[in-house]
Design a protein around this ligand. Structure first.
Ligand code: NDP
Length: 327
């Protein structure tokens, strides 16, 4: 396993990490979740990603039970939660980024995960109903209380992150360390363009999500409508299926498959290694519903040197979506 610094912080995360969205407490049995975490940990993954909103809090309960039963040293892994969407029960103060919800959600996540503190705590989305000052102060309070070690954002705009940094600086508080954006061959703008100054000027770290575009970039949807996937297993995912499995995406996936075949690399590994080529990616969060998927994906590190400039250029020619950076 390779380890990368989370931005300019001193924390080192494995280049691949494991997330639990849609799978833990939902698509897969708890025994499979246990197997996935064991494979991950045994292969050097040190970061497990979670959120209050995943399976209405059940994902954290499943992960917490596994962490407890494994008895892994607390200093050998990093675990996260995210606040914004609320857990099982919704209500005006059970969602969002108010001081009340940020602090109550943190306490609840600690309980569900059965840990004494969260290593990473994310604002899962920006909250237009809470001043950024209030959220930054709440995060700083949690750090001072030892309940979280680092805080960050997910899918915030660069301007919102800059504002949080400015508030922290003005008040001598601890600002955001990392952001969790979507990043894959089909979704590049935030990571490759919008956050550029945050990387160069501030040293923001990133924990990127959906590196396989929900499985589309494994190539399994190229010629078939496979039965055993998140889209067939989870009835409420029609919105995601409609967004991902569009003709243009499938056409690109087919052309990328030709390139990965010619390079002798399976398409999932190719797509994951492509994400890791970007030095502003601190960790790629893997999702898996089956142990064999995770085993295959973990091998992507080995193919990284084979994504040469010439191969990357062929990929660009297919994608035609490289963000244009005005100088
Ligand atoms: P991916 O885009 O990588 O999709 C993972 C899914 O693709 C798997 O669950 C599996 O689904 C399929 N798959 C994975 N590997 C293979 C393989 N080798 N062969 C065939 N199919 C494969 O990532 P996710 O969308 O799952 O996101 C990863 C993590 O990122 C989440 O768990 C979560 O922690 C985080 N996340 C954060 C978000 C945020 O807003 N901050 C939003 C979304 C995710 P199946 O078998 O069902 O087809």
């Amino acid at each position: 396993m390779e380890y990368r610094r989370l931005g300019k912080s001193g924390l080192q995360l494995s280049a691949f990490s494991l997330g639990s969205w849609l799978t833990f407490g939902n698509q897969i049995e708890d025994s499979v979740a246990d197997e996935l975490m064991t494979i991950a940990y045994d292969n050097g993954i040190n970061f497990f990603d979670n959120a209050e909103g995943y399976a209405g809090g059940k994902s954290e309960i499943v992960m917490g039970n596994i962490l407890k039963s494994k008895g892994w040293d607390r200093d050998s892994f990093v675990v996260s939660s995210k606040v914004f969407f609320g857990a099982e029960k919704k209500g005006p103060n059970r969602v969002g980024l108010s001081r009340k919800h940020v602090i109550e959600a943190c306490n609840a996540a600690i309980k569900r995960l059965q840990v004494d503190y969260l290593d990473l705590y994310f604002c899962h989305r920006p909250d237009p109903n809470t001043p950024i000052e209030e959220t930054v102060w709440a995060m700083n309070t949690l750090i001072q209380q030892g309940k979280i070690l680092y805080w960050g954002t997910s899918e915030w705009s660069a301007a919102e992150i800059m504002q949080a940094i400015a508030v922290a600086k003005e008040n001598h508080l601890i600002g955001p360390t990392m952001e969790q954006p979507q990043y894959n061959m089909l979704e590049r703008n935030k990571l490759e363009k919008e956050y550029r100054l945050l990387f160069s000027e501030y040293g923001l770290g990133t924990t990127i999500w959906s590196p396989l575009a929900s499985g589309l970039l494994t190539g399994k949807y190229n010629d078939a409508d496979p039965k055993d996937t998140r889209f067939t297993a989870i009835k409420t995912l029609g919105w995601l299926k409609d967004k991902m499995l569009i003709e243009d995406n499938i056409q690109k996936a087919k052309e990328i498959k030709t390139i990965s075949d010619e390079a002798g690399i399976s398409m999932p590994k190719f797509a994951l290694a492509w994400c890791l080529k970007n030095p502003n990616v601190s960790t790629v969060i893997l999702g898996a519903s089956k142990p064999e998927q995770l085993r295959e994906n973990l091998n992507a590190l080995e193919v990284l040197p084979r994504l040469t400039d010439a191969v990357m250029k062929r990929v660009e020619d297919v994608l035609q979506n490289k963000p244009v950076i005005e100088s």
